[in-house]
Each structure stands twice: as structure tokens, then as C-alpha cells.
Design a protein around this ligand. Structure first.
Ligand code: NAD
Ligand code: IPM
Ligand code: MN
Length: 352
């Protein structure tokens, strides 16, 4: 029997609701196999902060690091809640885990499943993956405020792009493209304005691309990429871009793929020196929390990416087949979070 140590961070709002369903589906998928999960739950997030003043105690981070993988729900309170302004749970918890555990490959697939309505009238066959850099860019917090609160206030947020960081994400993206049937890579930046980082990215894409002659490469400015993503999303196979552009493009991709309730992601540490973390693209959705209104599909598909990462691709495929069945037969009647979990468990195809 293979025992997988799974750290679970349900978080806030709808995080615990969708994570519960992801865990149920995981248990149903591996039932009867020689794999088992040994789970540890960590209560972290805005709620924990408001109760105890703690965001991510060092000992808990060390305990999380001892696990094979992490399943993450969502964290954060109502946007703008003054009690959370100082704490900044998103930076102090979520981004801290991504940075400290070197989740440099933030992998966010966008597949428009049959039966799912896209807001686009004529989307075509949408099946692409955004490879978002996860440890650099404007997210590193390199900046500051001068003369704060005065009319002469100056605030900076400097985007950090290291050759080391750009090379490893670009190489990962080429490997991803090489493994897919269409073998196409679109790199996205804003080289006409962000000339320094743009030149670094360009040189590295060209250098690494020379070693992948089978992958076709094209470039788009990020603003134009949003047009192309709406007008012809079927043209994309793999996209690679920096942390902030990738954040924005993947919410757009989520909407195109039928809604943020379906958008999954993996924060991957390809080197394996820290656990990778799997989470829906969406947040804690305080507006619908506690009402069983959240769609758990994004969390469930994120658990599917986790199975792939663990080398359990066949089980990941079974999970996706069940989601595909559920999505293709969704009626117009509203279902609860648990009912969607039930339906996906019931739709799991038998093994082999
Ligand atoms: P959000 O993603 O939480 O919600 C945006 C909209 O999408 C809301 O109307 C919400 O009801 C809806 N929605 C989200 N997930 C859904 C689901 N599974 N099913 C159905 N509808 C869903 O974004 P927000 O409102 O900007 O942020 C709320 C909080 O979450 C903030 O504190 C934010 O910082 C945090 N956040 C956390 C993460 C994360 O933990 N990874 C990601 C994004 C935002
Ligand atoms: C996401 C979220 C996070 C990000 C926030 C909550 C820090 O929007 O996972 O896309 O910007 O990466
Ligand atoms: Mn985001």
C-alpha cells in the first residue's frame, strides 16, 4: 500500500465546503486501489487570524512541509474588511506558501467541457493551459511607500524577473507543450513597454526554444492576448507568462471555460523539494459562503491535477471522466454543493 501524506487547508468562506467534496471524490476515486491518503487538516485563514491573530505559524508551515501534497480551498474575508487589512492573509499565507515551497509553475488548464455554456457565442474547441510563473514578478513585494499619506506620496511595486526564475518556468512550459498533441506555445508579455523584463523573457524563450524544434512558438502582448482569448480561444494550446499577467489571464480563461466554479489549478514544485499545492482558481466567495451554493467542481478538478502530479494519471482521468459526465447532464435545476459532489462520485467509471 502506498500512503500519501496529504495536508488539507480548507480555509475560509466556501473553501471548506468545496474542499469537503474534493476529499470525498478523492476517497471514492482511490477506493479499491493500493493507495491511501493520510490527511492532516490545518485551520488557517482569515477566520483563524480573527480568532488568534495568527496567519502562518512557523511550526505549522514546517509541519505542512512534511507532507507529500497540499489540498487548498480558499482564504480571505470580505474584500476590504478593515480588520484584515493589516494581516493580509493572501500575502502572509497563500503567497508565502507558494514562494517558500517554490511553486514556480502555476498550472491553470482551461477546458470547455461538452454541455457547459461559455459566455462566448462561438467558442470552438477550447482546451489550453496557462503556465503562470508563481514566484516572481510584481508579487515578490519589492517596493515601498515614500512620504505616505502626504500629497507627495510615492508608491512603487517593482517586478522582479531573474534569469533563473524565467528559465525554469519557460523550460517547464516547453516541456508541457512538447507533451501535448498540438505542441504549440504562446508566450505573453508586454515587451513594448516593459522593455527590461521583456528582453529577458524574449532572450530566454529564444534560447530554450532552440532546444525544442518540435514546439511552435508565437508571441502576444498581454492586452492583445485578452482579445484573442475572447475572439478565438481555440487557437491556444500552452501559454506561458509572468505572475501578474497570468493571474489576470486565468480569471478570463475561467470565465471562458464556463465559469470560475470550474477553474482548477496546481501550484507545482517540479523539483520535488517541497510539496506542491492544488487549489481552485476562485477565492472564498463570502457572498455565497455557508449556503451550499458553491460549485465544488473547480476544487474537484484541482484534486484531479493532484492525482496526475502524484503519478496517478489513470485515477485523474477517471475523476475527469466523472466530471465530464456530470457537466454534460446538468439540467437547469440548481443543485447544492453536496449534490454536485454526490453526482460526481456516482459518475466515477469503474477502474481498468
Ligand atoms: P471570489 O473568487 O471569491 O468570488 C468572485 C465571484 O465568483 C463571486 O461572485 C463568487 O460568489 C463567485 N464564485 C467564486 N467561486 C465560486 C464557486 N465555486 N461557485 C460559484 N460561484 C463562485 O473572488 P473575490 O470576491 O474577489 O474574493 C473573495 C475573497 O477571496 C477575497 O478575500 C480574496 O482576496 C480571496 N481570494 C482568495 C483566493 C485563494 O485563496 N486562492 C483566490 C482569489 C481570491
Ligand atoms: C489567485 C488569487 C491570488 C493571486 C491572490 C488571492 C493572492 O487571485 O490564486 O489567482 O493573485 O495569485
Ligand atoms: Mn487570481
Amino acid at each position: 500500500t502506498r500512503t500519501i501524506k496529504l495536508a488539507v487547508i480548507p480555509g475560509d468562506g466556501i473553501g471548506p465546503e468545496v474542499t469537503e467534496q474534493a476529499n470525498r471524490v478523492l476517497d471514492a476515486v482511490i477506493a479499491g486501489s493500493d493507495v491511501q491518503f493520510e490527511r492532516t487538516e490545518f485551520k488557517l485563514g482569515a477566520e483563524r487570524f480573527l480568532e488568534t491573530g495568527e496567519t502562518l505559524p512557523e511550526a505549522e508551515q514546517a509541519a505542512i512541509a512534511e507532507h507529500d501534497v497540499i489540498l487548498f480551498g480558499a482564504v480571505g474575508g470580505v474584500p476590504g474588511d478593515p480588520r484584515l487589512r493589516e494581516a493580509n492573509i493572501e500575502r502572509g499565507l497563500l503567497l508565502k506558501l507558494r514562494f517558500d515551497f517554490e511553486h514556480y509553475a502555476n498550472v491553470r488548464p482551461c477546458t470547455l467541457y461538452p454541455g457547459v455554456t461559455s459566455p462566448l457565442e462561438n467558442p470552438g474547441e477550447v482546451d489550453f493551459v496557462v503556465v503562470r510563473e508563481g514566484t516572481e514578478g510584481p508579487y515578490v513585494g519589492n517596493g515601498g511607500t515614500l512620504r505616505g499619506g502626504t500629497p507627495a506620496e510615492v508608491a512603487t511595486e517593482v517586478s522582479v524577473n531573474t534569469a533563473f526564475g524565467v528559465e525554469r518556468i519557460v523550460r517547464f512550459a516547453f516541456e508541457t507543450a512538447k507533451s501535448r498533441p498540438r505542441k504549440k506555445l504562446t508566450w505573453v508579455h508586454k515587451t513594448n513597454v516593459l522593455v527590461h523584463a521583456g528582453a529577458t523573457w524574449q532572450r530566454i524563450v529564444e534560447n530554450i526554444g532552440a532546444k525544442y524544434p518540435e514546439v511552435s512558438v508565437n508571441y502576444m502582448h498581454v492586452d492583445a492576448a485578452t482579445i484573442h482569448m475572447v475572439q478565438d480561444p481555440a487557437q491556444f494550446d500552452v501559454l506561458v507568462t509572468d505572475n501578474l499577467f497570468g493571474d489576470i489571464l486565468t480569471d478570463l480563461a475561467g470565465a471562458i471555460g464556463g465559469g470560475i466554479g470550474l477553474a482548477a489549478s496546481g501550484n507545482i514544485n517540479p523539483d520535488g523539494n517541497f510539496p506542491s499545492m492544488f487549489e481552485p482558481v476562485h477565492g472564498s466567495a463570502p457572498d455565497i459562503a455557508g449556503q451550499q451554493k458553491a460549485d465544488p467542481t473547480a476544487a474537484i478538478l484541482s484534486a484531479g491535477l493532484m492525482l496526475d502530479h502524484l503519478g496517478l494519471q489513470a485515477e485523474g482521468d477517471r475523476l475527469r471522466a466523472a466530471v465530464r459526465t456530470d457537466l454534460s447532464s446538468r439540467g437547469t435545476e440548481a443543485r447544492s454543493t453536496t449534490q454536485i459532489g454526490d453526482a460526481i462520485v456516482a459518475a466515477l467509471p469503474s477502474r481498468g
